[in-house]
Write a protein that binds this ligand. Structure first.
Ligand code: FES
Length: 536
């Protein structure tokens, strides 16, 4: 999903066992970079700071704290760079997905200026880290271009131009794109950037370790508590104690309710299509449709050979709330062929999770209602690579006891009265999902479930998430999300059970893929199971 990330996302609120099959996520990043191996943690441990989550937010925070002389442990339930960071399209932009028009409305003129400054500083910091740590990650400064979607008027560009300029962003209006993918004027954002997401993360992890940091993978936090000394209880029975803990798990797994009422989970989709070398100029391109499309090109060097992959993303929707998921990739390709005639079939396709906040900016800082030494970063809002880097700078200042000019703007406890309508709409949407408890099953018997697909079955008062694998074996779990009890929905594009309430996702056997849930879907008691009738 896209920083554009379009880190992965949508302009309005307004906007696994993942089986080894064609449905698996196959991002250009993970396919073209080595994976860093890290060890597991088999003993109790102690550090100044424990960071939970080894994505860009967690690792940037850990790296900057290690440079300050702190002892830092990073844990991740999978490993370095296995989460949402590599599900982005790796745009690095100071144009925020929510638009400066909305950011100004929700946060005022001063807030918009601080937001622009922080995202600009984030790109500068990434560039500095790449240079200082000699990270070979294809980092390049490029320009960005916002162009009109079909039927949209020039006024949309004019309003955003004024708001972005007032916020201090270097942007001009041009009569045409430098490269003819769409007719009409565009906004031209100077000095944006792009990089190879996995190569950057690999380099950042190595730099952190050189600075004395420790990374442990396949280590799952089961309970996180602050206090005089923070305690992180692990699924393997061990404990980490630290002066401070930073929860950087995309959506906070230590918060049961508060933060999840202020943000909503979306899926976004990306394809990578081979194109002739240099046929698409380097740059970040995105349109004004809702959800919008985002485009860039990535050069892949393999030995003596180089080739270009055109990255096209979009088709966002609320997690767990749409059915035609497999068609999303086809529609992206169709859109791509309209703007880039003659495109072949994609070589890569992947999807990612975006946490859109009610007021367009991430939540970074002390966890509301928790002890003073528990910090969170969440709410990427489609620009998670810059928001994650801002988190690194901001949380490092908070832990070091320094003032930071962005702390109020990103405070997780902030109130957003002007975003109250979006807040109400999102929470009414969540409330509506609970009616799934009383609806019938999607199929009346397991025999109706084809190999490689899943469906919800009703069994008395219960609902069962039933998946039939390619070999015909039926896998059944409770369909009740272990976060706050909504009924999950089958995602046939990614072979997962997705929760429509706050975005938790589970593999076909019920294992957690995305929080806020931390426990797997419950097993179905044998006597209640419907497997007896299946052809297993
Ligand atoms: Fe909250 Fe499922 S993610 S109920």
């Amino acid at each position: 999903m896209a920083e554009h990330d379009r880190s992965t996302r949508s302009t309005t609120k307004h906007k696994h066992t993942r089986e080894k099959s064609k449905r698996s996520n196959n991002s250009v990043w993970s396919a073209t970079a080595p994976k860093m191996r890290s060890q597991s943690l088999k003993t109790n441990a102690k550090a100044d700071v424990c960071v939970v989550g080894a994505g860009i937010a967690g690792l940037t925070t850990a790296y900057l704290l290690a440079l300050e002389g702190k002892s830092v442990i990073v844990i991740d339930k999978i490993g370095v760079d296995q989460g949402e960071t590599i599900n982005t399209s790796a745009h690095l932009s100071n144009e925020i997905d929510a638009t400066y028009r909305d950011i100004t409305r929700y946060h005022g003129a001063k807030g918009a200026r601080l937001a622009a400054q922080s995202h600009t500083e984030a790109i500068n910091r990434i560039e500095a880290i790449v240079s200082e740590e000699k990270i070979d990650c294809d980092f390049a400064r490029v320009d960005g271009y916002l162009f009109l979607g079909p039927g949209d008027s020039e006024e949309t560009l004019d309003r955003e131009l004024e708001a972005a300029q007032n916020a201090g962003v270097q942007v001009t209006k041009e009569p045409a794109l430098p490269f003819q993918i769409a007719p009409g004027p565009c906004l031209h954002f100077s000095n944006q950037a792009q990089f190879h997401a996995s190569k950057y993360m690999d380099g950042l992890a190595r730099a952190f370790k050189r600075a004395g940091g420790k990374i442990y993978s396949k280590v799952e936090a089961k309970e996180i508590k602050g206090g005089e000394s923070a305690n992180i209880k692990l699924a393997n029975g061990r404990t980490i104690t630290a002066d401070a803990v930073v929860v950087a798990t995309n959506t906070p797994v230590n918060d049961w309710m508060t933060m999840h009422t202020k943000q909503a989970a979306y899926r976004t989709y990306v394809i990578g299509v081979p194109v002739a070398l240099d046929s698409v100029p380097a740059g970040l391109y995105w349109d004004t449709e809702d959800p919008f499309h985002y485009v860039r090109v990535q050069r892949i060097n393999e030995g003596e050979k180089s080739r270009d992959i055109l990255i096209i993303g979009g088709e966002d929707h609320k997690t767990g709330q749409n059915e035609d998921l497999e068609n999303r990739y086809a529609r992206l390709l169709s859109w791509g062929r309209t703007h880039f005639p003659g495109l072949p079939d994609p070589e890569f396709r992947w999807s990612g999770q975006i946490m859109d906040t009610v007021d367009g900016l991430a939540f970074i800082g002390r966890n509301p209602g928790d002890d003073q030494n528990v910090y969170i970063v969440t709410g990427d809002s489609g620009v998670g690579l810059t928001h994650g880097t801002i988190a690194g700078m901001l949380i490092t200042d908070l832990i070091m006891g320094r003032e930071n000019p962005w702390s109020v703007l990103y405070d997780p406890a902030r109130k957003s009265p002007l975003a109250a309508l979006i807040f109400a709409k999102e929470n009414l949407n969540v409330a509506a999902q609970y009616t799934d408890w009383i609806t019938p099953g999607e199929v009346s018997s397991p025999e109706e479930i084809q190999p490689g697909t899943g469906a919800i079955l009703r069994n008395g008062l219960s609902k069962i998430a039933a998946y039939r694998d390619a070999q015909g074996k039926l896998h059944e779990r409770s369909a009740v999300c272990t976060h706050l009890g909504c009924i999950v929905a089958w995602n046939g594009s990614e072979n997962s059970w997705d929760c429509p309430c706050h975005g938790s996702r589970f593999d076909p056997d019920g294992k957690v893929l995305n929080g806020p849930a931390i426990a797997p879907l419950e097993p179905v008691e044998t006597e209640k199971s419907s497997t007896a009738t299946a052809n297993d």
